[in-house]
Design a protein around this ligand. Structure first.
Ligand code: XMP
Length: 321
């Protein structure tokens, strides 16, 4: 019988057999797959697993804490956080082109992650690299090495570099809904298990224009408000995701408080989807939109206009970049 418990027991036994008395590294992205893969391996080999979390500074409010505090509390895993915020800001300085940003973020991510791998290898027998590859990724890549070709330009996390590792892929036979069930079985919090998709390049591709520390702060504040209000309205499970996009190179005139302002618009991009290949814009209730708009324009300096994206995919993509 293929129950969640038997999946966990089965995978734990397989991981123990594969890893023996070796050590494993797992990159955490903050997403569901890497978290569940890590929790399974932790269950199997305990503190011979070390997780690495790269803070590239393009995260949303509270995401680093969710990994450092909630994930560690739930699993007891060894965690190394690499604070690379300044490095990414430096690398992104002056860059506005979306593809260029993606390339830079992907490249820097791999460099930082590989340095963390080297540091760990210098400390112990780290021969294994854990990846949260799911069954659909395996199928997409023709059953190959585990890192999907289609997604490889997409996923900044966990790409194998020039260091030699054996891959541990405990989710290789599972679909997303099974991964979530396994995560719950392993005691991971709902906020991690049911997290909506978030792109690897993070807020870097939600600032239209150059990425700067100030712009990131502005977008993080606006995004946090939108997420808070959607959660309060009980809408998290109804929408696929709701990117908030900062049009950093656009300014518009407004009146706030005592005077005229010349600030930036943000765009709300709520979408409904089954698989992100196609999507429809979500008809959010007007009162929720109103609360989000009022709060963002009141609470976030520099933002004086909130707009709604009513484009389906196709022709629009979900993200703006
Ligand atoms: P698009 O914008 O292509 O997005 O309609 C489809 C889904 O993929 C996510 N996305 C990414 N995920 N790295 C990722 O890991 C990326 O570079 C990336 N770009 C888009 C997006 O959030 C949506 O869920």
């Amino acid at each position: 019988q293929w129950t969640t418990t038997s999946i966990v027991d089965d995978q734990v036994a397989k991981i123990r057999e594969q890893v023996g008395d070796g050590r494993a590294i797992c990159g955490l992205s903050g997403g569901v797959d890497s978290a569940v893969a890590a929790a399974l391996v932790q269950r199997a080999i305990g503190d011979r697993l070390t997780c690495v979390f790269v803070d590239h500074g393009l995260l949303r409010a509270g995401e680093r804490a969710q990994v450092e505090r909630d994930f560690v509390a739930a699993t007891g895993v060894n965690l190394v956080t690499v604070d690379a915020r300044q490095r990414f800001l430096d690398a992104l300085k002056g860059v506005s082109d979306p593809e260029e940003k993606r390339k830079i973020i992907g490249r820097e991510f791999i460099r930082v992650f590989e340095q963390a791998e080297r540091d760990l290898k210098a400390q112990g027998d780290y021969r294994f690299l854990v990846q949260g590859t799911l069954y659909p990724d395996v199928v997409e890549s023709g059953g190959g090495s585990g890192t999907s070709n289609i997604k490889s330009h997409h996923n900044v996390g966990g790409l194998p570099g020039d260091l030699a590792f054996d891959l541990v892929e405990p989710l290789r036979l599972l679909f997303k809904d099974e991964v979530r069930r396994v995560g719950l079985e392993l005691g991971l919090p709902e906020t991690i298990v049911h997290r909506q998709p978030f792109p690897g390049p993070g807020l870097g591709i939600r600032i239209i224009g150059e990425v700067t520390a100030d712009r990131l702060d502005t977008l993080r504040a606006a995004d946090a408000i939108a997420r808070e209000e959607l959660t309060a309205a009980g809408l998290d499970r109804d929408i696929w995701q709701c990117p908030v996009v900062l049009l950093a190179d656009v300014r518009s005139v407004g009146v706030q408080g005592d005077g005229r302002t010349y600030g930036h618009p943000v765009v709300l991009r709520p979408v409904s989807s089954e698989d992100a290949m196609t999507a429809d814009w979500t008809r959010l209730p007007y009162d929720v939109l109103e609360r989000i708009s009022t709060r963002i324009t009141n609470e976030v300096a520099d933002v004086n206009r909130v707009t709604l994206d009513v484009t389906s995919k196709p022709p629009g993509t979900i993200e703006w970049e």
